[in-house]
Design a protein around this ligand. Structure first.
Ligand SMILES: Cc1cc2nc3c(=O)[nH]c(=O)nc-3n(C[C@H](O)[C@H](O)[C@H](O)COP(=O)(O)OP(=O)(O)OC[C@H]3O[C@@H](n4cnc5c(N)ncnc54)[C@H](O)[C@@H]3O)c2cc1C
Length: 408
């Protein structure tokens, strides 16, 4: 891999993890990110089972632990705030949970000396000549790379350019999810609450920063016609769908209008492509196999990055073989993740009162002591579907030194 030039699109989770493992093998890596800077905050993402080994191999277990949310029990409450079911933290928060933005920062900071980061820019054209890929950018001058990897999430720009429009690969699950941060007026401390009305879920939790509530709203809806980049429109859509919903919802909506930060809004959508590569261009993480909440997306994106880098190395520059091996190794786990997350909308926001009661009964049983083993197997399925056993630790290269970040 020495001297190979790889362009990675996306500086969230999958992109910087791939950059970490490629740079260690002497690859010249450039990461281009459309956001003007690293995006902080975001929902909690968790690691479990075989994925813990990867954090260890990257040498970031302690840093992740130092910033873990430490989330405890998540309680389903009724309109008066009375507990209905308590779910153990392992269900939502795995063995260790960290805010997506905190993890992105750890990954970026650990690679920025060896990797060229270009923020505030994006790929606008790709031309695979057979020997290389000519790339045009929104702001930077055109450049040539040996390989291009789209690690740019559910709405991947690389995928649109090299594989076709999102509509060809996306399955909408009939639900939308919004996330934002608000003042912790409930005084929650390392705990979370979930309130439901039919087709609506209101989730709040507070972890490391006790002054802040992480708010997650999930609602059932047909495809909406809105501009997801227009914050005012998104606020309006959310407020309309939660108008009249009880418990603390209206107070939370007030802070969505007034002082919420980091508003996130997307459909619960899954991405499914037959092939994750085309010529010298490959996809990774949510860009290739997005499952949505409950699909172990973060851990799988990182495992995928590790496997892709290791296979490129093992194939000695034969990217066709490496891309095929990478997909073989990951495909089953990605499919399991999608299967696991398929019902996430309906689990979080059951569409009728009857279904809410049935969900609550099921989780009461599953989270009881005798069922603990089964419960762990269900929620750990995708996380354990791919391991690093085929890649001996001794093959992992040592860290290198070197190259600065810049803005476009
Ligand atoms: C509500 C919700 C809850 C979730 N909860 C969990 C959880 O508990 N546990 C878990 O493991 N996973 C969870 N996930 C999934 C997890 O967030 C993703 O699977 C994970 O972040 C995937 O990482 P990624 O790097 O592939 O993509 P992303 O994190 O989506 O990052 C893509 C990056 O690419 C950038 N980008 C986008 N387009 C372009 C472009 N054209 N050019 C350049 N850059 C671009 C974006 O700005 C972003 O930085 C959840 C997802 C959602 C929606």
């Amino acid at each position: 891999m020495n001297g190979t030039k790889v362009l990675v699109s996306g500086a969230s989770i999958a992109g910087p993890t791939l950059a970490h493992w490629l740079a260690r093998r002497g690859t010249e890596v450039t990461v281009v990110e459309q956001a003007p800077a690293l995006r902080d905050g975001g929902h909690g993402v968790d690691f479990r089972g075989a994925q813990m080994e990867l954090l260890d191999r990257m040498g970031i277990t302690d840093e992740v632990r130092a910033r873990e949310t430490g989330m405890g029990t998540q309680t389903i409450v009724d309109a008066a705030g009375r507990p209905v079911v308590e779910m153990p933290s392992v269900f939502f928060s795995g063995e260790v949970e960290i805010a997506r933005g905190d993890l992105a920062r750890i990954l970026h900071d650990g690679t920025r000396d060896d990797v060229e980061y270009v923020f505030g820019d994006a790929v606008t054209a790709l031309s695979d000549t057979g020997d290389a890929v000519d790339v045009e950018f929104r702001r930077s001058p055109a450049r040539r790379f040996d390989l291009v990897v789209g690690a740019d999430g559910m709405h991947s720009g690389v995928r649109a350019l090299a594989f076709g429009p999102e509509s060809r690969f996306a399955t909408f699950n009939g639900y939308y999810s919004a996330g934002f941060r608000a003042p912790n007026h409930l005084g929650l401390d390392h705990a979370g609450l979930l309130y439901n009305e039919p087709g609506r879920a209101v989730m709040v939790s507070s972890g490391r920063d006790r002054s802040v509530l992480d708010v997650g709203l999930v609602f059932k809806a047909d495809r909406l016609d809105h501009d997801r980049h227009d914050t005012a429109q998104v606020r309006e859509v959310v407020a309309t769908h939660f108008a009249g919903v009880g418990w603390e919802t209206q107070r939370l909506l007030e802070s969505l209008r007034d002082d919420a930060t980091d508003l996130y809004f997307d459909p619960l959508e899954q991405i499914n492509l037959e092939r994750w590569s085309s010529g010298r261009v490959a996809l990774l993480g949510d860009a290739a196999w997005c499952a949505g909440p409950g699909g172990s997306g973060t851990g799988l994106a990182m495992m995928g990055a590790y496997v892709l880098a290791a296979e490129l190395d093992a194939a000695g520059g034969d990217h066709t073989t490496a891309f095929a091996r990478y997909q073989d190794v990951l495909a089953k786990a990605a499919a399991k993740g999608r299967w696991q997350a398929k019902g996430a909308g309906e689990f979080l926001a059951p569409p009728t009162d009857r279904k809410i009661r049935r969900r609550n009964r099921t989780y009461k049983v599953l989270s009881s002591r005798p069922m603990e083993g089964l419960f762990r197997r269900i929620v750990g399925g995708a996380a354990n579907a791919v391991t690093l056993d085929a890649y001996p630790r001794t093959d992992d290269p040592a860290p290198s030194t070197g190259r600065p970040s810049r803005r476009a």
